[in-house]
Design a protein around this ligand. Structure first.
Ligand code: 4AD
Ligand code: MG
Length: 475
């Protein structure tokens, strides 16, 4: 249907062609001897209007009331100019075959708009709605544009591991991987596997991954660095996991991250890359997902097309953390979390900066206090701050977090010591600084936050097909 409706003349160029379409019924209505059936195949937002008269093959199924919302079918006919004003073309049916019936009394997706909360409880059926169809297509376009951007700029895509022994962010927000021990199955003894336990009966974490502790990765960065220090610019794009027990509209336990790593690069190169990347993907969806973006503009966030057009064209604001703190201190706003140099920016602070101070423009804040940032960030000459940057956008807050990496062996070893992190377990990471070290920098972008940003959906659970949160891992 996208091929037909998305053509240069909304299908008029294909009038007279014989077509076969497979899809699902959106709605159907009977007008005297003619039945109109709106069919979707999910390839685009638009339905294809099918017109059926009683002489068409399969008409008895229409007569017996089987063409209800959700029914899957196969229709054949000739594309003709439409008499109606809503579409340019319609399919004049010669034949209709029902593939799978759909009981209208129990099918949970009804014409009336359902709440997002309700739709989350039926994640297996929600892609049948206009909203979730559009989000899925735009998510796909963003993924495609991501690869296109990095490939066109000479980056090599690296698959980083999902199971790992290192905690990249050092925040201890990791899920543990456990090897289950098969237990002998006796009659009436249900558990087939058990979690390894010590003699005292507590879970034996040392037995996690074939005898060694292992976790689900929180970030592919450290692995990406190893390849950047060999192949120059690289990027990862894969699932990452955080065991933070936060039920917010911007946190997931499983989310996808895009992590470019630039060799022979500093923080300014990193910020320039983040800006160019974000502008590229935003422009890509504006140019290539016009119909879906129009839908979001009308039904999800009024003005989103203008907002994104601005992002694609205008320079982003840049300021240091120190200046950001000053700005917050000068504001007349009462914040719940008090502001002082050294504090982590809370979402109320981020909102003030992106929404009030700089009216909707993305803002890059750099040079954060080292105490609130990860061990691998490069220390600035002031000894107090590190070459880190966060890119903030309105409503969502932090979309990107990145930094220049500490490439000096001595500095990095000292920092590990200061934080009482084990140098032994980072031996391979330190090796990169021992053998042909280069200045390098990179960032991580949370893909679902990008989907939120580009579609306007308020809750991150609606930006991924099957959200994993403390509340839910069903489906
Ligand atoms: O700021 P973070 O923790 O940075 C890193 O992981 C670095 N290792 C990235 C790098 O430099 N290569 O996470 C990066 C981004 C955040 O800005 C945010 O967009 C997203 O990942 N993110 C989450 N998205 C959804 N749910 C969560 N729980 C997230 N935690 C982080
Ligand atoms: Mg961060």
């Amino acid at each position: 249907i996208a091929d037909i409706k998305g053509g240069p003349d909304e299908g008029l160029d294909r009038v007279g062609q014989e077509l076969l379409v497979r899809g699902w019924v959106r709605t159907s209505r009977k007008q005297s001897s003619i039945t109109f059936i709106e069919v979707t195949d999910g390839s685009c937002l638009s339905n294809l209007q099918c017109v059926m008269s009683s002489d068409a093959e399969g008409y008895e199924q229409v007569d017996s009331g089987l063409i209800t919302t959700g029914t899957s079918l196969c229709v054949e006919g000739i594309l003709v100019r439409s008499q109606g004003s809503k579409q340019k073309v319609e399919l004049k049916l010669a034949k209709l075959t029902i593939v799978g019936q759909c009981d209208p009394t129990t099918f949970p997706i009804q014409k009336k708009r359902a709440s997002r909360e309700f739709l989350r409880t039926i994640a297996h059926l929600r892609p049948r709605t206009n909203l979730f169809g559009a989000v899925a297509r735009v998510r796909n376009a963003l993924a495609y544009a991501t690869h296109k951007f990095f490939q066109e700029n000479g980056f090599v895509w690296i698959s980083s591991p999902i199971i790992t022994a290192s905690d990249c962010e050092g925040a201890g927000e990791q899920f543990c991987v456990t090897t289950l021990i098969p237990s002998s199955r006796e009659v009436g003894n249900s558990p087939v596997c058990t979690i390894p336990k010590t003699k005292e009966g507590v879970i034996d974490w040392s037995q996690d991954f074939f005898g060694k502790p292992a976790f689900l990765t929180v970030s592919g960065q450290l692995n990406a660095e190893t390849y950047a220090c060999a192949l120059s610019d690289v990027y990862t794009f894969g699932p990452t996991f955080r065991a933070e027990n936060s039920n917010t509209s911007r946190h997931l336990a499983e989310f996808w991250m895009i992590e470019p790593e630039l060799a022979f690069a500093d923080l300014h190169d990193d910020m320039a890359c983040a800006t160019a990347y974000l502008q590229y993907v935003v422009k890509y969806v504006l140019d290539n997902c016009k119909e879906d973006m129009g839908f979001f503009n009308t039904w999800v966030e009024e003005g989103i097309i203008d907002r994104l057009s601005n992002v694609a064209e205008k320079d982003f604001v840049q300021l240091t953390y120190t200046d950001a703190i000053e700005l917050l201190l000068k504001s007349k706003k009462k914040f719940e979390f008090p502001v002082k140099w050294g504090c982590d920016l809370q979402s109320e602070h981020e909102r003030y900066i992106t929404e009030d101070a700089f009216a909707g423009c993305p803002v890059i804040i750099r040079d954060y206090p080292k105490e609130i940032k990860a061990f691998y960030m490069r220390q600035n000459d002031d000894g107090k701050t590190v070459a880190a940057m966060d890119l903030l956008v309105p409503r969502i807050g932090e979309l990107i977090g990145g930094s220049q990496r500490e490439e000096r062996l001595e500095f990095l070893e000292n920092r590990l010591d200061e934080l009482t992190l084990s140098k032994e377990s980072y031996w391979w990471y330190l090796d990169l600084r021992r053998f042909g070290s280069v200045p390098h920098a990179g960032f991580g972008l949370g893909f679902e936050r990008l989907v939120q940003f580009a579609t306007g959906v308020e809750n991150i659970r609606d930006a991924i097909p099957f959200p994993r949160t403390p509340a839910s891992a069903e489906f």
